[in-house]
Structure formats: C-alpha cells, structure tokens
Design a protein. Structure first.
Length: 269
C-alpha cells in the first residue's frame, strides 16, 4: 500500500542511493524516495542511471515535494564522495542516508570467479560503506538526530532457495556493518538500522531471479506460494518500514536488522 502524505519527516534532508527503478514499476529505492518525500523530506535521488534518478525526482516534484536527481557509481569512491557533497550542497545538509543498491549474482563458490565475487561485494557492501563514510560528517554536522537505513536481505541470515553465495555473504556483512556503525555513532545521535526484505514483487526479480524458473509466471506462482501470507511483498512494504526507521518514532531503535518478509524468516526454508 502506498503511504499517504504525512509530516513524520518534515524538514529532513534525505540522500538515497539506488533511487531509480531498473524497469517500469516500483522498485524498493524508488518507492522509498517517494515515501520519504510524502512524509515531508527533501530527497536527493541518486542512481547509476541518470534517467532513473530523474524519473523518481520528477514524481516527487509533481506531487509538490522537493527533490534533486544525481548520478553515482557506488563501486567508485570518488563518484560516491561527489554525490554526497552535491546532495548536501543542494539540500543544505543531510539528516538521513538510505543505501538501497544491491545486485544478486547467481552462482556458488565454484561457479563464481574471484572477479565476480569481488564485484558482488563492491555493489552490495562496499557501496554502502563508501556512502556511510562520506555522509557521516554531514550527518554529524546537522546538529540534530540523524538516521542511516541500509537495505539488506533476508538472505543475509538464512537460505532463501537461490544459489547466490556472494550476495548472501555481502548482505550478511552489511548487517554487521550496520550494527558497527550504530554502536560507534550512538552517542553522536546517529541511528543505523537495516531492512531485510524477503520475497518481494519488484521489477528487479524479472532480471535477476526469473532465470531460476521455467517462466516468469512460474516464478510468481512459486514465490507467492512460498510466503506464509500467500503473496510476495511490494516495494511499499519496504518503503513504509524505511520511513518508520528514519522517523523520530524509531528514536530508540538502532543497530537492528528488521525482516520485512511476511513471516518467511520464521519458517523452515
């Protein structure tokens, strides 16, 4: 369900990496950016693809919100640093960092060569580290409570049925990075939490997951059937959790990895 407008994040300045959708529809980052804006935040929408960032920023602007579109390659530190600096300059500072970039590369240890393994860590873990590294000075300078929200995966803590060892390992490391940042920055008034989506129905699954099934229709059927609630979640389920974790309502919540999975993490795989 799309969130209605609110004032939960009024006056906040949010920087979101991975704000575009990989295909038509609502991906997790696109939905989170729009949800932040609907809650009152100004949003810097960053994506590798300029058009994707501009689409998300355009949706926010059309609804009367404030947004800027930026590009960055999260595997390149100079690119990330530039995006953080541009976002802080455009918004007048930063109060919220949201890391949504991820890519599921299929293959176990024998199938993946070292280059593919390292690439998976660059995209799924190191990009978030670089964003945090360069955003922290701005979050600390804000002079008020700030938040970091990292999008991990249920695959960080359990087998989800897909052979993507590097993705699982990188997302597990992202969970622990979240905890480490949360504890190190707690006295500075900066909270850090992660969201672990389960099986979600977003555009990304059609390019990264569909090949594991006989057809896209079979993928949808099987994924819905495997969820305790009988259906996959949507990008808005992740976005709604992100708005909560970013808001003052979660002011005493930090270092947590929240499963948004329809109960999938509670049952045997």
């Amino acid at each position: 369900m799309e969130p209605p407008p609110s004032t939960r994040l009024a006056g906040r300045r949010a920087l979101l990496f991975g704000a575009g959708s990989s295909a038509p529809g609502w991906g997790n980052g696109k939905a989170a950016a729009v949800a932040y804006a609907r809650a009152g935040a100004a949003v810097a929408c960053v994506d590798l693809v300029r058009a994707a960032a501009e689409e998300t920023a355009g949706i926010i602007a059309a609804e009367g919100g404030r947004a800027v579109a930026l590009t960055a390659d999260v595997t390149d530190e100079a690119s990330v640093a530039a995006a953080v600096a541009e976002a802080a300059a455009a918004l007048g500072g930063l109060d919220l960092l949201h890391n949504n970039v991820g890519h599921a590369v299929m293959g176990g240890p024998e199938a993946l060569d070292l280059a593919a393994w390292r690439r998976a860590f660059d995209v799924n873990l190191n990009g978030a580290y670089l964003a945090i590294r360069h955003a922290l000075p701005h979050l600390k300078a804000a002079g008020r409570p700030a938040a970091i929200v990292n999008v991990s995966s249920l695959a960080a803590i359990r087998w989800t049925g897909y052979p993507y060892a590097a993705y699982m390992a990188a997302k597990a490391a992202l969970n622990q990075l979240t905890v480490a940042v949360a504890l190190e920055c707690a006295r500075a008034g900066i909270r850090a939490n992660a969201i672990m989506p389960g099986k979600m129905d977003t555009p990304l699954i059609y390019s990264q997951i569909a090949g594991q099934y006989a057809s896209a229709a079979e993928m949808i059927r099987a994924r819905n059937e495997s969820c305790p609630m009988g259906r996959m979640g949507t990008a808005w389920d992740v976005a709604n959790a992100a708005v909560f974790l970013a808001s003052d309502e979660a002011g005493y919540i930090t270092g947590q990895c929240l499963a948004v999975d329809g109960g999938a993490g509670c049952v045997a795989p």
